[in-house]
Design a protein around this ligand. Structure first.
Ligand code: ADP
Ligand code: F6P
Ligand code: MG
Length: 333
């Protein structure tokens, strides 16, 4: 049986990372395994910022967004020599298993450590939902809830002033947040990197909305397509003199990461955290905990990191059937 494991969070923080840390800590302690928290992601590992965690230290963190361990983006961790240094530091601190909670970049770093012989299990902690092999990442649901509350609020002004609002949402290279939030807010357009955008159709749609006396129009733009202001400029250029509504832009930004973790993310973080420890104790290595058909499963790093996660086809169909413009059927990716 392992004696000591460590846990770190890396990359962008996501709501639900704390429940995941709590579940790793409590499950490990329940198995009689010591748990160390590594502060500040891979940078903290290199700086030897390790401290033992206990049940009390992770008490009450489920309702807090962000990560109690803090996180970082650590450029030097791309280098093999630096990864080897991390390996020797883990050995120095007698860490026999490592849990990494983070996005695709962080999991690529975790795979590098695995290849050097560190027993690593990963968890998908990112609002972007861009990790293949798992239906959901930890934080996606909360981020969506935050986005839809913001869009609902924007709609009050849009309706009162008969305006069109462009709302830029996060997601890195993925259109998941944009598509899903467009569906649940009843927005008119989802501009996503996976599908080819047709500016002319959006101009026509705005015209129809205006003529049929709809008071508002909301276009959700995924940041992976282009920054919202660029999108707005191109739309205005395409519709020169034809767009009758006032058009405004709101960039939601980092509020999308700060929502109080939803039930779904608390539960998902807890389930994945528990599973990560069970996996380590059972000798699993180089795998990520994934949600598949609603259940916890393990997926090889090589498998999840070699594929691009696609947008669910049934969500595209749903959006279209609800009258949402999602771009051309041709998949770009
Ligand atoms: P996320 O994990 O949210 O996708 P990043 O892509 O910024 O965020 O990655 C977080 C960190 O993971 C990076 O700052 C770096 O320390 C590590 N990382 C990312 N890509 C690699 C890689 N190819 N090799 C080793 N480490 C990596
Ligand atoms: O990966 C999570 C994410 O919030 C992306 O959606 C976004 O592109 C990026 O991180 C922003 O990064 P930063 O917090 O470094 O500005
Ligand atoms: Mg990422």
């Amino acid at each position: 049986m392992m004696k000591r494991i460590a846990v770190l969070t890396s990359g962008g923080d996501s709501p639900g990372m704390n429940p995941a840390i709590r579940a790793v800590t409590r499950t490990a302690i329940n198995f009689g395994i010591e748990v160390f928290g590594i502060r500040n992601g891979y940078a903290g590992l290199l700086a030897e910022e390790l401290e033992p965690l206990d049940n009390l230290m992770v008490s009450g963190i489920n309702r807090v967004a962000g990560t109690m361990l803090q996180t970082s983006r650590c450029k030097e961790f791309h280098e093999l020599e630096v990864q080897k240094r991390a390996l020797s530091l883990l050995e120095k601190h007698r860490i026999e298993g490592l849990v990494v909670i983070g996005g695709d970049g962080s999991l690529t770093g975790a795979r590098a450590l695995h290849r050097l012989g560190v027993p690593v299990v990963g968890m998908p902690g990112t609002i972007d939902n861009d990790i293949a092999g798992t239906e959901m990442g930890i934080g996606v649901d909360t981020a969506l809830n935050t986005i839809i509350s913001m869009v609902d609020m924007i709609k009050a002004t849009a309706s009162s002033h008969s305006r069109c609002f462009i709302v830029e949402v996060m997601g890195r290279g993925s259109g998941y947040l944009a598509l899903m939030s467009a569906i649940s807010t009843g927005s008119q357009v989802a501009v996503i990197p996976e599908y080819r955008l047709n500016y002319e159709r959006i101009v026509e749609l705005l015209d129809v909305r205006f003529r049929t006396k709809h008071t508002n129009c909301v276009i959700i733009v995924a940041e992976g397509v282009c920054p919202g202001h660029e999108f707005m400029q191109r739309l205005m250029d395409t519709g020169k003199g034809r767009i009758q509504q006032d058009v405004r832009l709101t960039v939601l930004g980092h509020v999308q990461r700060g929502g109080i973790p939803s039930h779904f993310d608390r539960y998902l973080g807890s389930r994945m955290g528990e599973m990560a420890v069970l996996a380590l104790t059972q000798g699993e290595r180089g795998v990520m905990v994934a949600q598949v058909n609603g259940r916890m499963q393990l997926r090889d790093f090589d498998d999840i990191l070699s594929r691009r996660k696609t947008i669910p086809a049934d969500s595209i169909r749903l959006a279209r059937n609800l009258g949402i413009e999602v771009g051309d059927a041709v998949e770009v990716a």
